[in-house]
Design a protein around this ligand. Structure first.
Ligand code: SDX
Length: 436
């Protein structure tokens, strides 16, 4: 009997089946052989929320949740955060290798020359209410780019894919900054190609009337590190969305907008904004024990805690805490940091959280850091979407070049009615009673 196999006995029929084990998985389609008779459809797996289902084979990002390991293309996140720039990491995620000096110089030049937005985008942006949420503006505007670049539909053309990828990476900060300036009623600031990726983003956000924006280098570096930490995270909810939409061969602007929509949810990328709301609600260190008690009674979740994969400390949270110290030296520490540290201290000592393996995740400290940098909570998920665009596009490319992939179309377990006879309207009983 070959070693890498599993033998299943179907007790309904006494039949046994030997299935191959590959990369720690069995193929779901192999289960379809397990039938009770010729008319039987065969077995499926039932896995709501895909808790234990691999949807693809990937070489981009590796996570070990128990060991708190995160690697991009084999490089530990800690090393990349310390030694690389965000665009260097973007190159690594997209092309699989760290760039040489000349490759990086050319790549930065390419991205820098894709930061401009079509002038009609301003009119599009001005259509939003003054208090429109920046994430909703970003999702809508990214979708609208699909109308500006109809050539993006050529998803089988590698050159067209690369052009759209450069456009999206270059334009995300411009769209994000525009949505912020719209929110605060300031005029839009055009990109400044003399600046680095993050310095230019800060320029488009915060330049007022000075002739040339001068970015604080500590803030710029901290933002670059945050972008590196948020660039990709294997098959998370928004990446799964990118792959699902990409699998129908929709263009990359619409797929990216769909992924950003998924990211906006409070259980995913929207959590950093919710962390700030939670800290505001707690109000002071003294109120932390009462808040923890409320969570333990099942009244809400500790935002910024817990993770589907990390059942140990999220390695990104550690790096963010380290980067936050450099930011707070410039901006000064605020009470929210004290509340967050007290919350973390108490939670990590409490069995309720330890039993559920709940530790701070990437969103727990990032929100406090963003706020210290001068961002409003509504912008936090936008700051997540900018770098994660690189991850979504890397995964999108991998999907389109994977010969095993086709349009994503899961099955279901039927729990509804069997065939029913039609009921003439005069003989129907009111449905409302049933829904009260
Ligand atoms: C991101 O997937 C990724 O990689 C995502 C991400 C990325 O980079 O793309 O890492 C980014 O989304 C980070 C997660 C940000 N979300 C939050 O911080 C929101 C708060 N966290 C949770 O909602 C939750 O922890 C999730 C959604 C992150 C994970 O949920 P799971 O894996 O589905 O776990 P679960 O909901 O089944 O929880 C297991 C138990 C439950 O308790 P019991 O019902 O068994 O008693 O833990 C409890 C949950 O109620 N629980 C929490 C909790 N998270 C889970 N209880 C209190 N506070 C929490 N934060």
């Amino acid at each position: 009997m070959p070693q890498d196999t599993i033998t299943i006995t179907d007790n309904r029929t006494g039949q046994t089946y030997t299935l191959p084990i590959e990369n720690g998985t069995i193929r779901a389609m192999d289960l379809r052989k397990i039938k009770t008779g010729a008319d039987d459809f065969g077995l499926m797996t039932y896995d709501p929320a895909f808790m234990n289902t691999a949807s693809c084979r990937s070489a981009i990002t590796y996570i070990d949740g128990d060991k708190g390991i995160l690697r991009y293309r084999g490089y530990p996140i800690e090393v990349l955060a310390e030694h690389s720039s965000f665009l260097e990491v973007a190159y690594l995620l997209l092309f699989g290798e760290l760039p040489t000096a000349s490759e990086l110089k050319n790549w930065v030049n390419e991205i820098t020359h894709h930061t401009m937005l079509h002038e009609t985008t301003k009119k599009f942006m001005e259509g939003f209410r003054y208090n429109a949420h920046p994430m909703a503006m970003l999702v809508s505007t990214v979708s609208a780019l699909s109308t500006v670049y109809p050539d993006a539909k050529n998803i089988h053309d590698p050159a067209s894919r690369l052009l759209q990828i450069k456009r999206l990476i270059g334009k995300m900060p411009s769209i994000a900054a525009m949505s912020y300036r719209h929110n605060v009623g300031f005029p839009y600031v055009y990109p400044d190609n003399d600046l680095t990726y993050t310095e230019n983003f800060m320029n488009m956000l915060w330049k007022i009337v000075e002739p040339k924006y001068a970015a604080n280098p500590v803030i710029a570096r901290a933002l670059d590190i945050l972008f590196i930490l948020h660039a990709d995270h294997e098959q998370n909810c928004s990446t799964n969305t990118m792959r699902a939409v990409g699998s129908s061969h929709a263009d990359p602007y619409l797929a990216t907008a769909s992924a950003a929509s998924a990211l906006s949810g409070p259980l995913h990328g929207g959590a950093n904004e919710e962390v700030l709301r939670m800290l505001d609600e707690i109000g002071s260190k003294d109120n932390v024990p009462a808040y923890i008690k409320k969570i333990k009674e099942g009244k809400g979740k500790l935002m910024g805690f817990g993770h589907r994969v990390y059942k140990n400390y999220d390695p990104r949270a550690k790096i963010i805490k380290w980067a936050a110290d450099s930011v707070f030296e410039v901006t000064g520490r605020n009470t929210k940091l004290e509340i967050a540290m007290e919350l973390e201290r108490i939670a990590l000592e409490d069995d309720y959280f330890a039993q559920r393996r709940l530790y701070p995740n990437v969103d727990f400290y990032s929100g406090i850091m963003y706020q210290a940098m001068g961002f409003k909570p509504e912008m936090f998920t936008v700051l997540f979407a900018i770098p994660r665009t690189v991850g979504w596009l890397s995964q999108w490319q991998e999907l389109l070049t994977d010969p095993e992939q086709k349009i994503a179309r899961p099955r279901q377990v039927w729990i509804g009615h069997e065939t029913r006879a039609f009921v003439p309207i005069e003989k129907r009983t009111p449905v409302v009673a049933a829904t009260r």
